[in-house]
Design a protein. Structure first.
Length: 97
């Protein structure tokens, strides 16, 4: 399980590097002051950049579980409940009514 977390972390690093290039090329495409041929060339370059978006998946950083992930904390719902019960997560209280 934890090898999937490591693999996903590597893919996120690759995606972050490619995202900077994509944002720069998109800015060139959307620039009104450039010639149309430059925008077409930038659009062709954008299509050639590999997309890592489909390979990214959220995993629990503690257990490696892929389901029931709470995004702001990147932990599964099971560990979230345990950590909140012991008071390790600031601002989280058990609700009861």
């Amino acid at each position: 399980m934890l090898y999937l977390v490591a693999k996903n972390k590597k893919n996120r690093g690759k995606y972050a590097a490619e995202e900077k290039k994509k944002n720069l090329i998109k800015a060139i495409i959307n620039n009104w002051y450039l010639q149309n041929t430059q925008c077409i060339l930038a659009r062709n370059v954008l299509f050639q950049i590999a997309g890592y978006r489909s390979y990214l998946k959220n995993y629990c950083i503690i257990s490696g579980r892929s389901r029931g992930i709470i995004r702001p904390y990147n932990i599964s719902r099971i560990y979230f409940k345990q950590l909140a019960a012991f008071g390790y997560l600031k601002g989280i209280k058990k609700m009861s009514w």
